[in-house]
Design a protein around this ligand. Structure first.
Ligand SMILES: *Cc1c(COP(=O)(O)O)cnc(C)c1O
Length: 362
């Protein structure tokens, strides 16, 4: 089976973990600090704050801006559930805005219509490894005095007009095993604002300002040094992993026929967390089965848009519809693009897709 995702864990990661275990410092400690510094440097920001997951990074990013009950946060319905759940965690209301059909990211042209007097933030998600169109988003945020929280959980190292994902607003990253780099579980907040960074550290650690002095409600959202040690080694390989992902993507784009391919607009650096094709006319699920029968893994990110998830349907008062999102959810299919693919794997993937598409056209 060619898996849809595969973490690359090598001798360096194993050695680093072993050193932490021998050091006796297992919880948040010097490796976490080192990982934060290295990550901040990769993103071209002043500060990075390691967390227990991408979800807790998003949760802190909302908390630190005082977003809570009565507030609204604008985001996309075409994302992983955690993007919207984090808004619910703080008691605020997610307000969804449809996507651009070609990039799968929030359509900046639709954001202003969704702004109300309660809107506090925009939470764009850089889906599949491609940055959102940040200039219009930053313009709107500036005009309406809104915070920008980037869900960069799929876009480590991605760029927009020469700037890194996570450096436009406050960024949230994930190190879940399927992401471009992993530490098992883990997350990171990025910011160049020193005061915000300090408050993120406090919220992450039980609201503790000084040892055992608590001036606000905090959480235990810390990363362990065991995870950070893996993350540090992975981060050294990020450029290489992303280069291979981009090479794999270019190979597919040159060879796959008959389906809509991913799009990298000019001035963007896509890091292909996913390589996502579009298969219309109800044939997506048939192709998925066809690939599976031939030992090729694929996945639908995401089959049910957030506004159509049963839990959200109960919560949201209106019957919402987002045509581009709903269409994409029926047509997208992500195929293996991770750095462990062999040449034979890639050939099998593209040839199998082409065989399937040819059969359908006659
Ligand atoms: C993975 C992911 C998250 C959540 O990250 P975890 O580390 O799994 O909590 C949030 N948003 C997006 C878009 C993701 O892909």
């Amino acid at each position: 089976m060619i898996p849809i995702a595969k973490p690359v864990i090598q001798q360096e990661e194993k050695q680093a973990v072993s050193e932490v275990l021998d050091s006796g410092i297992l919880a948040q400690g010097p490796r976490t600090r080192a990982f934060e510094e290295a990550f901040a440097s990769m993103c071209d920001v002043r500060h990075a704050i390691a967390t227990s997951s991408g979800t807790t990074a998003l949760h802190i990013a909302l908390l630190v801006h005082g977003i809570g009950p009565g507030d609204e946060v604008i985001t996309t319905p075409f994302t992983f559930i955690a993007s919207a759940n984090s808004i619910l965690f703080v008691g605020a209301k997610p307000v969804f805005v449809d996507i651009n059909a070609r990039t799968y990211n929030i359509d900046p042209g639709l954001i202003e219509d969704a702004i109300t007097s309660r809107t506090k933030a925009i939470l764009p998600v850089h889906l599949y490894g491609l940055c959102c169109d940040m200039n219009p988003i930053l313009d709107i945020a500036k005009r309406h005095d809104l915070i920008v929280i980037e869900d960069a959980c799929q876009s480590h190292g991605a760029e927009y007009q020469g700037k890194k994902a996570g450096s436009f607003g406050i960024g949230a990253f994930s190190f879940y095993p399927t992401k471009n780099i992993t530490c098992g579980e883990g997350g990171m907040i990025t910011t160049s604002d020193g005061q915000i960074a300090e408050r993120c550290r406090i919220i992450r650690n039980h609201g503790m300002h000084k040892r055992y002095f608590h001036e606000e409600l905090g959480y235990n959202f810390r990363m362990t040094d065991i995870h950070a040690a893996i993350g540090l080694e992975q981060l050294k390989k990020l450029d290489k992993f992303n280069r291979i992902r981009r090479e794999n993507a270019a190979y597919y784009s040159a060879n796959i026929k008959g389906v809509l391919l991913p799009f990298e607009p000019k001035g963007y650096k896509h890091v292909y967390h996913q390589y996502t094709i579009r298969v219309p006319d109800g044939r997506r699920d048939v192709l998925r089965d066809y690939l599976k029968e031939r030992s090729i893994g694929s996945e639908i990110y995401y089959p049910v848009p957030i506004h159509q998830q049963s839990f959200y349907k109960q919560k949201l008062e209106d019957d919402l519809h987002f045509p581009q999102t709903e269409k994409a959810a029926k047509e997208v299919l992500s195929i293996p693009v991770h750095p462990s693919l062999s040449q034979a794997d890639k050939e099998l993937v593209f040839k199998t897709i082409n065989d399937f598409m040819e059969q359908g056209s006659d």
